[in-house]
Design a protein around this ligand. Sequence first.
Ligand SMILES: [Zn+2]
Length: 267
Amino acid sequence: MLDCLWKARRKEREGEPAGDPKLYLQEALLERKLPELDMRQLVDLPHGLDYNEWLASHTLALFDHVNLVYGTVSEFCTAATCPDMTGPGGRSYAWYDERGKKSRVAAPQYVDYVMTYTQKTVNDETVFPTKYANEFPAQFEGVVRRVVRLLFHVVAHMYAAHFRELALLRLHAHLHLTFAHLTALDRRYALLDHKETDVLRDLEVALRLREPPSPRAAPRRARTAPAPAPPPRPRRPRPRRPPPPPRDGRRPSGTYIVNSIVNISIC
Ligand SMILES: [Zn+2]
């Protein structure tokens, strides 16, 4: 891994490609250890569970994980090092306050706004109800879309500006896993606009979260009988871990759902 980082740095020194080197696409840094687990299983709505409840659970888990991973590199993210909130490929994010007023702020300020807004939102009993008989508001999914979009911006910034530090701290697999979770949730429930997620589409392919795009439409073939489907693979039963008991009568945060599989071995 270090070799990979040195090579990337040497290329920068030698003036090789002046653009975005995308260190996070280096093969040696792509590990995302989720043995035999299909991310779709993680986000599929369990039978009998309320949809909003499920969205809330995943949103809280994502918030926790993005906050944790960013916290490990926050000292490197300053107004001097990151005067703009950037993503890969030259993407730049402007902050829109709750009245829709747009402003350009440095990345640490932007991330602070994201975390403060999200914390305030998930603590708001009228939006994320935790007490018995309190209902989710009608616009709950819209709130989740905004929170997930903002968390995606923070993830994108870490890939664009802080992946080197994360790799040196050997925490890059945690970022990959958080990204994989966010991507699976988005693809299952269509929470984000494609224009938002385009900036990390190449990483989705590199991490095998999606098939690579075909360069052009497949050539037409003579009509033949379709190939027989491969035989189903035998499924091995997986041990199930019971959820922890709710604390103080509140809903479980959902973090356990992800934490139970965030058993990453790095390098
Ligand atoms: Zn930064």
